[in-house]
Design a protein around this ligand. Structure first.
Ligand SMILES: Nc1ncnc2c1ncn2[C@@H]1O[C@H](COP(=O)(O)OP(=O)(O)OP(=O)(O)O)[C@@H](O)[C@H]1O
Ligand SMILES: [Mg+2]
Length: 326
């Protein structure tokens, strides 16, 4: 591929060193986000999606640690940088929408001022007046009704859904090169969700923004992503263009995820349909981590970890059986 990658993650290992032992939350992840593309990252709860994102942002907290691997932003290595240097490198270029919006807003500042601040800090506007106008415009874009009044509200005066939209506005207003969005629309109703996803797509197409979109919702993936990474127990098990993933699903785990979408646009409840539970990351099985739940698992699968191998054009899969078929 001759695409330029804004973000390149190589063999990333992020673990938690707990009293009970080492929790391998991210266990050798490779992932690229090409310029102007929306890349989906999907997988069941606890498989390491947020920790992958937090590793990029330098936000893994004790007892967690990025142990090894490489994270490059526009070719610049981020691992090993001190917080201050990381902020300088990422600064304007990377924004993140967090999964828990309540903890990310300052309770004693009016929401409009918080969003405005990021514009002023990054010198995107010349005056407070101009900044206020831009904030209100962005509030309208992300579906905040009565934007002008809401501008002066404190976080506790807004509903959860509105706070989420304020977070989204804050992340997008500086037009970052890379947006990492962790379940950004999960708490929102479908019309607002559609509006926000459209806005994201627009920013990609018009300003070349790139997005790493973490979601449970495969309907959302089908609608706006260019490529998808499927994660299971800390590892990428399948990676493909969206078209190829839905058309030539290879990994038994991905097949399970897809077969359990009740309806496009609604949250799938795949925990009920793939038998068994996600392995404990403290005690990973030997071999393929999915082997304990997989119908196709053979003796070899329980002993040896398959590599992520090409099974088609722009399509990789970590499964001995899929490689045979592909
Ligand atoms: N402070 C911690 N101590 C020990 N283990 C942790 C800690 N925080 C996270 N983990 C482990 O890291 C793993 C990955 O967590 P992560 O938050 O990345 O999951 P996720 O894929 O984002 O899940 P969800 O879809 O529920 O948001 C989890 O299985 C969890 O057990
Ligand atoms: Mg998460």
């Amino acid at each position: 591929m001759d695409e330029k990658n804004v973000l390149e993650i190589r063999d990333l290992h992020t673990s938690f060193f707990t009293e009970k032992g080492v929790v391998r939350a991210v266990n050798g992840v490779d992932l690229n986000v090409p310029e102007g593309k929306i890349i989906g990252l999907v997988g069941e709860s606890g498989c390491g999606k947020s920790m992958t994102a937090r590793s990029v942002m330098g936000l893994v907290r004790y007892p967690g640690k990025v142990e090894s691997g490489s994270i490059r932003l526009d070719g610049k290595e981020l691992t090993g940088l001190k917080d201050q240097d990381l902020r300088e490198v990422c600064g304007n270029d990377v924004s993140m929408i967090f999964q828990e919006p309540m903890t990310s807003l300052n309770p004693v500042l009016r929401v409009g001022h918080q969003v405005e601040e990021s514009l002023l800090v990054h010198h995107k506007v010349n005056s407070r007046k101009e900044a206020k106008q831009e904030v209100i415009e962005m509030f309208n874009h992300v579906g905040i009704p009565e934007a002008e009044q809401r501008y002066s509200c404190y976080p506790h005066e807004l509903s959860g859904g509105l706070r989420q939209r304020v977070m989204i506005a804050m992340a997008m207003i500086c037009e970052p090169r890379l947006l990492i969005a962790d379940e950004p629309t999960t708490a929102l109703d479908v019309t607002v969700e559609a509006q926000i996803l459209r806005l994201m797509k627009e920013l990609c197409e018009e300003h070349g923004m790139s997005v790493l979109l973490i979601t449970h919702n495969l309907g959302v993936v089908a609608e706006i992503c260019d490529e998808v990474y499927v994660m299971y127990a800390g590892r990428i098990v399948e990676h493909a263009s969206v078209f190829s993933l839905f058309d030539h699903t290879s990994h038994p785990y991905t097949k399970g995820l897809l077969s359990s979408i009740p309806r496009i646009g609604k949250n799938p409840e795949y925990l009920h349909t793939i038998p068994g539970i996600v392995p404990n990351l403290l005690h990973l099985p030997e071999g393929c981590p999915f082997s304990t739940r997989c119908d196709l698992a053979l003796e070899r699968c329980r002993k040896e970890l398959p590599e992520l191998n090409a099974v088609g054009e722009n399509h990789e899969c970590r499964c001995f059986e899929a490689i045979k078929e592909g």
